[in-house]
Design a protein around this ligand. Sequence first.
Ligand SMILES: NC(=O)C1=CN([C@@H]2O[C@H](COP(=O)(O)OP(=O)(O)OC[C@H]3O[C@@H](n4cnc5c(N)ncnc54)[C@H](O)[C@@H]3O)[C@@H](O)[C@H]2O)[C@@H](O)CC1
Ligand SMILES: Nc1ncnc2c1ncn2[C@@H]1O[C@H](COP(=O)(O)OP(=O)(O)O)[C@@H](O)[C@H]1O
Ligand SMILES: [K+]
Length: 503
Amino acid sequence: MKIFSAAQLKKADELTIKIQGITSTQLMERAASLVTNEIDKRLQNADIAIKIFCGIGNNGGDGLVIARQLIEKGYRVKVFVVNYSDNRSQDFLINYDRLKETTNDWPEYIKDEGDFPEIDPNDFVIDAIFGIGLNRPLEGWIGELVTYINQSKAFILAIDMPSGLFSDRVPAEKDCLISANFTLSFQTPKLVFFLPQTMDYVGDLQVLDIGLDRDFLSSEKTNYELINKHEARTLYKPRKSNSHKGNYGHALVIGGSYGKIGSVLLSTKAALRTGAGLVSTFIPKCGYNILQTALPEAMVITDKNEEKLTNIDHRMDPSVICFGMGAGKDPKTVEAFKELLQKTEKPMLIDADGLNMISENQELLEFLPKKSLLTPHPKELQRLIGDWNDDFEKIEKVQEFTQSHDLVLVLKGSHTFVFGEGHVYINNSGNPGMATAGSGDVLSGIIAGLISQQYSSLAAAILGVYLHGISGDIVAENRSYQALISGDIVENMGAAFQALFAD
Ligand SMILES: NC(=O)C1=CN([C@@H]2O[C@H](COP(=O)(O)OP(=O)(O)OC[C@H]3O[C@@H](n4cnc5c(N)ncnc54)[C@H](O)[C@@H]3O)[C@@H](O)[C@H]2O)[C@@H](O)CC1
Ligand SMILES: Nc1ncnc2c1ncn2[C@@H]1O[C@H](COP(=O)(O)OP(=O)(O)O)[C@@H](O)[C@H]1O
Ligand SMILES: [K+]
């Protein structure tokens, strides 16, 4: 699903109104009734006090329509107009009159702190103060109102966006904004819903299709895309029945050091479970018995050194090399890595200590084959490209870095971002149970397994990250977040592939 800017969404609104021959009031009615239905589905006519805080723009207009529709359904609704200016939008005014025709309990006006209403922790609060029109931080009593609503402990549903959250920048530390339990957003999600610095304000997210013009949505260009099942499925390549293991490539996994053979084992197993035709593992000698015992499907080659990698003499022509898990950063290993880079032409996947070695020896970047894949977590990224001031600057810096070195970069996190060819793909699968040792090693094996089957670096990264998350979701459903361990993610790859095509 494409992620658009506020300006693009406004353009989509205007175009839709023109092409569909409707008024903006009708579009607002359509959008709001989808919200009302979602609320009704969840509240099931429960006798709960619903308090709707409406701004005086179109987000506030949405709030007024939702209020009218909920009242018509028999809910107990109180509307508060957050009267920060006299500059009311036309659709606000139209719907204000309509609301007054529906109920005798007219909206109350909030003009300063003295007007703040009581909010009970059991109330259901709807935040329709600001949406994508926010253009400056909430100041004075409006900021205080937002803090007051947050402190009420009531359940907060935000319409389109939590009020105070900008669609195109990160709030300053002193800024006040709604911290929603749930956000119902219109047509497409906003980038800030997925950034580490802003995602917590959104709570659970649902995006409602309000029927904006299809042609515009499909032709309008954007660098950001959210990856769900639909997007992942289109990348999947079916296997031919008339095929053999030679058709699915040979992945070579290189890494490990004394005490860290498990990481390579996890990557190797993941490459096999993802469908690579052959998988070999190159490790220090101490890992030989471990690998051969735990994973008879893999072939094993060892370094001359017992405890670390010193000379990676693999004598193969693998489809892809996945390097770095548990490798350590011994100077001899760095030297061996450099030689490996110099003699490898196909794109490589570099993870973990491989990344750290590059960070500490930036000249290695020059030897990276084009289209190679780096899979850092935020700390590894920081070592690689230096610090950033906020998440938007981080994205910009990573875009510059990947484009200048012709790389694909997988920035791991609760929403993993895949950067490639100037675009950013934001993963929407996975769960906090995956914050556990070795889940990154599993990911690198999955991606290598896909590259080995002739997926491009970028497609392998996007699909691999999605499958990794889905596998984790399946495990968590059966086992809880806490009990999830990274080996489970590997074991459930079969279910993850199946889930790609389940409805
Ligand atoms: N036809 C449409 O345009 C539709 C719009 N929709 C709703 O409209 C919203 C956007 O509406 P608007 O563009 O009216 O904008 P908002 O309702 O988000 O904000 C209203 C106005 O407040 C002012 N403002 C911004 N920051 C402020 C601040 N810190 N303090 C005081 N005033 C401030 C701005 O001038 C802004 O235009 C969307 O988020 C969505 O909820 C939906 O009804 C769908 C259809
Ligand atoms: N809260 C979370 N939600 C979704 N995925 C997560 C979460 N925390 C971690 N993950 C995923 O788990 C993996 C962790 O990788 P990494 O930090 O390299 O761990 P390790 O070094 O232990 O292998 C990444 O793919 C990341 O996206
Ligand atoms: K809002």
